[in-house]
Design a protein around this ligand. Structure first.
Ligand code: PLP
Length: 264
């Protein structure tokens, strides 16, 4: 039953990762932790473990439209989170869906590769994201390697990539986990010239699903009505704690611990 105090609903259009580290499982856990309800719509299936991706399959357009439309006809969508789309056709499908959600905060996690380096879509997906979905997005959350691909600047700094990308999108959070600075520098750029840096302590190890965790937490914060840049700070703080408490259940990367175990 819908009650006036239902938790805000976030429509997630992401891939499924059977290792449970990234993709829709990350979205659901991170959104629960913010006090939101995730409506997980599958865009793609992947075959992967904590080491890397072996294969993926993008779902049929009709199936994705049907899933999302069922949610949109029933639940009050307070924000949308985009993860792995996997093909330029899926970018167009999502664009079509978003026409029915004007004004709803939209967080775009430009997923192009898995943490282990394996591809999660052909190279032209980055271009399609930038040209087609960035203009509708509230904010995108690339890490520096993703920002370089999106900006077409293979050796660009975060500032140079932001300059190239801001004509396409209003806000951009370029995360620094892959950088070589002593602390992690996460840089928030806005088209109106505002700029804010969020520093956090660099943690050892590499993580599977950290980008999904951050983008989902941010979409949840926006769904709750928190404004930027406060929502960015909250999402970064939450994500850092999930990495600090990460576990290594497999042979590969650490998986963020997104939910407390001591729920009583
Ligand atoms: N979405 C899916 C379905 C994935 O499998 C992955 C990585 O494997 C990602 C997104 C991106 O993960 P990360 O948050 O580590 O960038």
């Amino acid at each position: 039953m819908k009650t006036p105090n239902s938790r805000p609903v976030v429509l997630c259009l992401s891939g499924h990762d059977p290792s449970g580290g990234a993709g829709l499982q990350a979205d659901i856990e991170a959104l629960l932790a913010q006090g939101c309800h995730a409506a997980p719509t599958v865009t793609a299936l992947t075959v992967q473990d904590t080491v890397d991706v072996a294969d993926f399959r993008v779902l049929d357009r009709a199936w994705v439209l049907a899933q999302a439309r069922a949610v949109m006809a029933d639940l009050p969508v307070a924000a949308v989170k985009l993860g792995m789309l996997g093909s330029t056709e899926m970018v167009e499908t999502v664009l079509e869906l978003l026409q029915s959600l004007p004004g709803v905060p939209l967080v775009c996690d430009p997923v192009l590769r898995a943490g282990g380096g394996g591809s999660l879509g052909p190279d032209d997906v980055g271009y399609a994201l930038r040209e087609r979905l960035f203009p509708l997005s509230t904010i995108a959350t690339p890490n520096l390697p993703e920002a370089r691909i999106l900006a077409d600047l293979p050796n660009g700094t975060a500032d140079e990539c932001a300059e190239r990308l801001l004509p396409h999108i209003e806000h951009l959070l370029i995360t620094g986990g892959h950088g070589d600075e002593q602390e992690v520098h996460n840089r928030l750029y806005s088209r109106d010239g505002r700029r804010e840096d969020f520093l956090c302590q660099r943690l050892p190890g590499s993580y599977h699903g950290s980008g999904c965790t951050l983008a989902s937490a941010l979409s949840g914060r926006l769904a709750l009505g928190e404004g930027l840049p406060s929502a960015v700070r909250s999402a970064l703080d939450y994500t850092w704690r999930t990495l600090r408490d990460a576990e290594a259940p497999g042979r590969g990367q650490y998986i963020p611990r997104r939910l407390p175990l001591d729920l009583d």
